[in-house]
Design a protein around this ligand. Structure first.
Ligand SMILES: Nc1ccn([C@@H]2O[C@H](COP(=O)(O)OP(=O)(O)OP(=O)(O)O)[C@@H](O)[C@H]2O)c(=O)n1
Ligand SMILES: C[C@](O)(CO)[C@H](O)COP(=O)(O)O
Length: 236
């Protein structure tokens, strides 16, 4: 009997204002080499055979320019461009409601350097565990510091991972968890924490890449440019 492949969609969230970047233009629209950061991100998923559809979540004023991106850059998998909310979590839920696949990933529009290999590791592990996120072990010693600037704890580094996106789930489970979180007024900084608290299942990690950076502060853009140039060189 032929094995049916899982059907996957991706919600790319890009409705943030980029306050830590401090530029007039939101960071997802800044040029990285020759294209906006967000276009690099969308192209990765457009090029993956395993991805059936992309839902893009953007600021209210940016819906039409992003619809233009989809035609300008041949992003035929973009099924919808929807208006995001005031918190990342609200943007995610709006995107999920526009997605129709059995399995879904949530990815930050400002992580343009994720690779197809890492995305596939996350998807395959999620098909096994139902909920999986990309992550890398932290390299620094992490300390908890109180408001007075005093160190209060040094957690064992062996248990600490820096969490990335994509984060992959069975669609119905993620929507249910987000709806419960919304009803409870809970806001977290990623989707995993919503499933950890409201999903009733364990979330596992798949090996990410240190180069899958989130463009957050001004030094990140030149670093991303350097990493992309290195990749192009390696590809010849
Ligand atoms: N209300 C929001 C807030 C964030 N995001 C998206 O979530 C991702 C990760 O968030 P972050 O890096 O914090 O982006 P910003 O919120 O834009 O940045 P800042 O916190 O510096 O304002 C980004 O792709 C961002 O556009 C979103 O879709 N909707
Ligand atoms: C989801 C995320 O990218 C995982 O690292 C991160 O938590 C987003 O956080 P931010 O505060 O929106 O940057």
């Amino acid at each position: 009997m032929p094995v049916t492949k899982a059907q996957w969609g991706v919600v790319i969230v890009a409705a943030g204002r980029g306050t830590r970047m401090g530029t007039k233009e939101s960071k997802q629209y800044l040029l990285l080499q020759d294209k906006p950061v967000l276009v690099h991100t969308m192209e990765l998923f457009q090029g993956m055979d395993d991805i059936a559809e992309i839902v893009l979540v953007v600021g209210g004023d940016d819906v039409s320019r992003c619809e233009t991106f989809a035609s300008e850059y041949g992003l035929s998998k973009v099924k919808a461009v929807v208006h995001g909310g005031s918190e990342r979590q609200h943007s995610v839920l709006r995107g999920l409601r526009a997605t129709g696949t059995e399995w879904v990933m949530v990815h930050d529009g400002v992580r343009p350097l994720v690779t197809a290999e890492a995305v596939r590791r996350c998807m395959r592990e999620a098909e096994r565990s139902e909920a999986c996120v990309l992550a890398v072990p932290v390299k620094d010693t992490i300390k908890q510091v109180n408001e007075a600037g005093v160190i209060t704890a040094t957690p064992d580094r062996r248990s600490l991972w820096a969490i990335q996106t994509p984060q992959a789930f069975r669609h119905v489970r993620l929507v249910e968890a987000h709806e419960r979180a919304q009803a409870d007024g809970f806001i977290g900084t990623d989707d995993a924490v919503v499933v950890e608290r409201y999903g009733g299942i364990a979330v596992t990690v798949a090996e990410g890449e240190y180069t899958n950076i989130k463009i957050t502060t001004p030094e990140d853009l030149p670093y991303a440019t350097f990493l992309l140039a290195q990749r192009s060189q390696a590809e010849g």
